[in-house]
Design a protein around this ligand. Structure first.
Ligand SMILES: [Zn+2]
Length: 111
């Protein structure tokens, strides 16, 4: 039977290693999420980190004040896994600066 290039739902997106539902429970298989939390597919534990790295590299825009800015579909996120994003990179940077200001300096909580 010719099933080439048809991705089976329960196999690694990269190396095609087959999974079953239990693979996810024991973390032999993991879903890689895109910047907007949509799934980019399931990967085996051998391929998972590489897949994460590659999607992050794909979304990476620039580094700002030591933090990476990511973008997908014109939405900029101040860090990977952010639950919010901005329509332009300047708003994103402003938010990142505010975050810096909001940090309580050490010593301020001393009694
Ligand atoms: Zn794999």
């Amino acid at each position: 039977m010719e099933k080439k290039k048809v991705r089976h739902k329960l196999s690694c997106n990269n190396c095609s290693k087959p999974f079953n539902m239990h693979s996810f429970v024991i973390r032999e298989a993991r879903i890689v999420r895109d910047l907007d939390f949509s799934s980019t597919g399931a990967y085996c534990s051998d391929c998972f980190h590489e897949a994460c790295k590659s999607i992050k590299e794909k979304r990476f825009v620039e580094e700002y004040k030591g933090e990476a800015i990511y973008m997908k579909d014109g939405r900029y996120a101040p860090y990977w896994g952010a639950s919010y994003a901005f329509d332009n990179i300047d708003d994103c940077k402003k938010r990142m600066e505010m975050k810096g200001i909001a940090v309580t300096p050490f010593g301020m909580m001393d009694i």
